[in-house]
Design a protein around this ligand. Structure first.
Ligand code: ADP
Ligand code: MG
Length: 568
């Protein structure tokens, strides 16, 4: 490996040359205390910035082993270091001067969630950080004294401040690890106690605004109804009380604007760990929870939606349903069937974003429009069987129809942002009125699992110079070859880098399918285990990572495949 002194000589020798001479810097350099990798050099000052990495050895990094000896603690420490590095870097970005992106220094931006990211990796105690820098130029002429500032003045400071344990705020670091441990134990307790979610007393659920995920100031904090309160002993925080939502069907009712959707949103995001100060640190939901909503216009490929939809006017086969442009109800039926196939143990549904005719049909409507003319078996008729036979729980927010009461195990009422358990009251009323509930579905929900196996084949993707091209459009979508994949309504995806990961998952999947020609459903399983085993880095074979990625669930990969329009 070359030394930092050699890098300095190289830098001096290329000053004032044409920009491409920067390419000669590619390689690894030993600095006092760390290795600097110049992994990819940009083609000109206006192109995407160069990719760099820093590797601090175990001895220099100096983190106690008990801070990274489990997966969840390692992720928490990686997240913490990446935030510190990001903060340190932001002080120096654009301090070095020049044209275009000259002087930019940046790394992954972390939100309220603690996510595994390719931008920071801890392996056996050594710390790897990946980041970007705009190599400085005047016009297209190399200005290497400015790059020397970045490499020899700024970076050593940044590394020392953010990646050496001895220089960090020791109690602050310890607190992150303790929170990770507590959150892990809390999540384990869900399973042990037969709960699908837990919301701690004192949690702050609403967010600052539609564009900020920070906690709302002066919000009404969460308080569990007494009847649903459970106490969980956490290793560091100690006794924690809050609402345990048991397996089964839970209905959340209440007037408009009383906090129903806010509670459901918090449950949707409870699949993630949240950072200290977020307000949702102790709000956890079963890992496999999937938000279900209507998604008009999405493509659907070979999904058995027959438990919900039959006898379509055009005679379409709903056991193997495909469309380029789904309606509200068919899209929601597909979302349910796909979520179940993706292993969802909990469905989260908000009436605000449902196709009403998919959810309920009242008895009067049932009487007037007789069964054979109505292709839809509403979800309320199937939910019970989904739970009782297949163990799939539901948390459902609804305010419009009494029919929901008949299927609920628990009924919560939101009133002025306070939560009440009104199950007994509801049972008393409904027990007198069972005749109103037409409780039998014409098609058993079990068909979802007993029907023929779903096999997906994929079209040959469009290639340029042998490569399948990916282009990402913010948080909402990406294109792959000539197809666009819209993830706007996959609401549990919260980070730009998760969308990046999914685009690379789909690319890997298409490539595997073209070689092996097997089933795309199996390919998802294969790709997910590759990620589990070798990290998201495995999605980009080669010497460096062109993009930054954040962790996703297998449910998200399925969601992405299911919305791909290149399925045969
Ligand atoms: P609903 O779904 O019952 O109509 P929402 O959950 O959409 O109600 O909440 C309505 C408004 O109240 C939102 O602007 C939300 O930010 C705010 N809100 C929700 N929960 C709280 C709370 N606990 N404290 C203060 N404001 C809240
Ligand atoms: Mg609402």
């Amino acid at each position: 490996m070359k030394s930092s002194v050699e890098l300095d000589k190289l830098l001096i020798s290329i000053n004032k040359k044409g920009y491409p001479a920067y390419k000669s810097l590619k390689g690894n350099y030993q600095f006092p205390g760390y290795i600097l990798g110049i992994d990819h050099v940009q083609g000109d000052p206006f192109a995407a910035p160069s990719k760099l990495s820093i590797q601090v050895g175990k001895a220099q990094a100096g983190f106690p082993e008990e801070y990274y000896n489990t997966g969840y603690k390692k992720t928490a420490l990686e997240d913490y270091l990446l935030r510190l590095f990001g903060k340190a870097v932001s002080k120096y970005t654009f301090q070095a001067e020049g044209s275009g992106k000259s002087g930019l220094i940046s790394t992954s931006r972390c939100g309220q969630e603690v996510l595994g990211r390719t931008a920071c990796r801890i392996t056996d105690g050594s710390v790897l950080i990946r980041f970007e820098a705009g190599f400085p130029a005047y016009g297209r002429t190399i200005n290497s004294p400015e790059l020397r500032k970045i490499i020899f003045d700024y970076l050593p400071e940044i590394v020392k401040k953010s990646l050496y344990y001895k220089n960090l705020d020791v109690p602050g670091t310890r607190k992150r690890i303790e929170l990770a441990e507590d959150q892990y134990v809390l999540r384990e307790e869900l399973g042990k106690r037969g709960l699908v979610a837990f919301v701690a007393n004192g949690a702050v659920l609403p967010r600052e605004s539609g564009v900020s995920q920070k906690p709302m100031k002066n919000a009404v904090v969460f308080q569990s109804p007494e009847s649903m309160e459970v106490e969980i002993e956490l290793p560091y925080k100690g006794k924690l009380r809050g609402m345990g939502i048991p397996k089964g069907i839970t209905l959340v009712v209440g007037g408009g604007y009383h906090g129903k959707s806010t509670l459901l949103k918090a449950l949707e995001q409870g699949i993630y760990q949240h950072i200290e100060g977020d307000g949702r640190e102790y709000v956890v939901t079963a890992d496999t929870a999937v938000k279900i909503r209507a998604e008009d216009g999405r493509a659907v490929s070979h999904v058995d939606i027959s438990p919900f939809i039959n006898n379509l006017p055009n005679g379409k086969d709903t056991t193997d349903f495909s469309t380029e442009d789904a309606s509200g109800s068919t899209s929601q039926a597909a979302n349910v069937a796909e979520a179940i196939q993706a292993g969802a143990g909990l469905l989260l549904i908000d009436e605000d974003t449902c196709a009403t005719n998919f959810m309920v049909r009242d008895s009067l409507m049932q009487e007037v429009v007789s069964g054979e003319h109505e292709p839809i078996t509403p979800f309320t008729l199937q939910a019970r069987e989904l739970y009782e036979k297949y163990g799939i729980s539901v948390v459902l927010v609804a305010g419009s129809s009494g029919s929901y009461f008949y299927i609920a195990d628990k009924v919560l009422q939101m009133d002025n942002y306070h939560t009440f358990d009104i199950t007994d009251k509801v049972n008393e009323v409904t027990s007198k009125r069972t005749e109103e509930y037409q409780g039998k579905a014409p098609v058993p929900a079990g068909i979802l699992f007993n029907g023929k196996e779903r096999i997906l084949k994929i079209k040959k993707a469009d290639r340029k110079r042998g490569q399948i091209k990916i282009k990402q459009f913010g948080m909402d979508s990406f294109s792959i070859g000539k197809e666009n994949v819209d993830l706007k309504y996959v609401e549990q995806i919260v980070d730009y880098e998760q969308v990046t990961t999914l685009s690379y998952c789909l690319k890997a999947l298409i490539e595997q399918m073209e070689i092996k020609g097997t089933d795309a459903i199996q390919a998802v399983g294969r790709i997910y285990s590759q990620i589990q085993e070798h990290g998201m880095e495995a999605l980009c074979p080669g010497s460096y990572l062109p993009v930054s990625m954040a962790q996703v669930r297998i449910q998200d990969i399925f969601a992405c495949l299911d919305r791909y329009r290149g399925i045969l």
